[in-house]
Design a protein around this ligand. Structure first.
Ligand code: ADP
Length: 513
């Protein structure tokens, strides 16, 4: 029986208006939901990747047919510009198609080559069997795309999924669950709403936990998973650097970094959060970036697209951004555009800061807002050293007219992804792994087959290739002569130089004189 003691009132951050309510699911009900998922998962696994493909493609149809409604709901709980609100469903459509269609290939058995000629007597098979229930816990910045990003590969793998969306923006996830029910798909996907306690209950019951959110919560989840000995994957905070080299196309760099820093009002884990510019082009770049950011239109859209930058997700986020900017200014930084809340809802002006350094919170801490602190560097080496001076390592960008130089710099950066002359490009390439280094995460999502196999346990199966005898060479009773033959054969197959064929050395293993 479901007992709802509490509800969450979801609000539009631009207006403060209430846009819906969801129940707070208590831990017992989360446990019951997981038990129910366990009943249906075996059948979901049994229909195989091609059976699941049919349901996932039906969901894709539903996402396309309901795009405008989904964008309305998403916009109501985030106050995003209309274009941003339409990106979530478009992204979900692309992703579900990829994993639906490729799952059969990605989940196919592997038959690896044996490591040694001696091992050729066995047929080797690796199979991939899903975890029964995957728990997905998501943040508020992309209320539909963040669930999609992990729920779809897990479902394609054959797991059942319990999703706990952010309590700040749960309505889009509820719509996704409604879509799953509406197409008549097997009941292997459930959404539970609530805050930290509901999320913790998901962690207490799932067989694998996929989390996206803050580093502090990620640490708690890792500890809880360690207690239960269940695997997990975490995508956490970031402080992505952009490096602008003197040979870059400065107009593209300025527009690209303005987009990378201000997209979704900077509330993206892979936002550009700090910029390093080689000295010879620093002044010109700052001028161009300031102009690009100052030209952005900010405000609340309805179904029409009029704005580029929307509101921050909540008051708490507004306070963090304001603190970072105020602390920087108090320590000597200069604002070249923006710099304060607009005074309406949770909007904060798109802001460029100069004369900043690594002692300031706007450079050292994750801001998750529309700010771009810019620093002058002497050369590539200094840019790399400062870019790597962070606890985070999610992604980075390098802007240069020389691709070889760009790749050389990329390989020196401690980040899970580096985009040359672009931002976010890795996020639209599901064939690539997306994972954070350092405190930005553990594990990765996607990466082609890896993105679906991560939700599976690999099983190694061996079978004799040759007719079997009553006993294998190694079985009891022990016999030194047989051991010596085996060791000689192993050395011949795997050692090097004279040791491969030194039979006297093998013979001495028999001991005695
Ligand atoms: P953010 O503030 O960026 O959303 P959080 O890490 O606080 O970052 O939240 C991310 C998600 O984790 C949300 O869905 C939230 O409800 C959930 N959450 C918070 N605390 C816990 C916890 N202890 N265990 C599991 N999930 C949690």
């Amino acid at each position: 029986m479901t007992h709802i003691d509490q509800v969450i009132d979801v609000r539009n951050p631009a207006t403060g208006e209430s846009v819906g309510t969801v129940p707070v699911t208590d831990p017992d009900d989360v446990a019951a939901a997981v038990r129910e998922l366990r009943l249906y998962q075996p059948e979901w696994e049994a229909i195989g990747p091609n059976g699941r493909k049919e349901w996932l493609l039906k969901l894709q149809d539903w996402l396309i047919d309901n795009t405008e409604h989904l964008a309305d709901v998403l916009q109501s709980e985030t106050a995003k510009p209309r274009v941003d609100a339409l990106i979530d469903p478009a992204f979900a459509v692309d992703l579900v198609g990829y994993y639906a269609r490729r799952a059969a290939k990605f989940l196919g058995d592997d038959h690896p080559s044996p490591h040694s000629p001696l091992a050729r007597v066995k047929a080797l098979t690796v199979t991939y069997r899903p975890y029964q229930v995957v728990g997905v816990i998501t943040p508020w910045n992309f209320p539909l795309a963040m669930p999609a990003i992990d729920v779809f590969p897990a479902l394609a793998a054959g797991a059942a999924v319990i999703l706990k969306p952010s309590e700040v923006t749960p309505l889009s996830a509820v719509e996704l669950a409604r879509g799953w029910a509406e197409i008549g798909a097997p009941p292997v996907f459930k959404v539970v709403t609530g805050a930290g306690a509901t999320g913790a209950a998901v962690v207490d019951n799932a067989d694998y936990v996929q989390f996206t959110g803050s580093t502090a919560t990620g640490r708690k989840i890792a500890q809880a998973c360690a207690d239960r000995m269940v695997p997990y994957s975490l995508e956490l905070g970031g402080k992505d650097p952009a490096i602008v080299l003197a040979d870059a196309d400065l107009d593209r760099a300025a527009h690209g970094i303005a987009f990378g820093g201000m997209f979704n009002a900077g509330q993206v884990c892979i936002s550009v959060e700090r910029v390093y510019v080689e000295a010879p082009v620093y002044d010109e770049f700052v001028e161009k970036l300031t102009a690009a950011v100052a030209a952005l239109r900010q405000g609340a859209d309805d179904r029409e697209s009029r704005n580029d930058v929307g509101a921050l997700a909540n008051e708490n986020q507004l306070r963090i951004v304001e603190r970072h900017v105020n602390e920087a200014v108090a320590a000597g930084a200069r604002v070249t555009t923006g710099g304060k809340p607009t005074g309406v809802g949770t909007f904060f002006e798109p802001t460029v800061l100069v004369d900043v350094d690594h002692s300031m919170s706007c450079v050292a801490e994750e801001t998750f807002g529309p700010t771009l602190p810019v620093m002058k560097v002497a050369d590539e080496d200094e840019a790399v050293r400062l870019a790597n001076d962070s606890i985070y390592g999610l992604s980075a960008s390098v802007w240069t007219g020389d691709r070889t130089r760009g790749e050389r710099v990329a390989r020196r950066l401690n980040a899970g992804a580096v985009n040359i002359n672009d931002v976010f490009a890795n996020l639209f390439n599901f064939a690539m792994p997306m994972g954070g280094w350092g405190k930005s995460g553990v594990g990765a999502r996607w990466g082609g087959a890896a993105g679906i196999r991560k939700y599976c346990r690999a099983q190694a199966i061996t079978a004799p290739k040759l007719p079997t005898m009553t006993k294998e060479l190694f079985w009891f009773p022990y016999d030194m002569n047989k051991l010596v033959v085996a060791v000689a054969a192993m050395r011949l197959a795997g050692a090097r130089g004279l040791r491969r064929v030194d039979l006297a050395k093998v013979w001495r293993l028999k001991g005695g004189k």
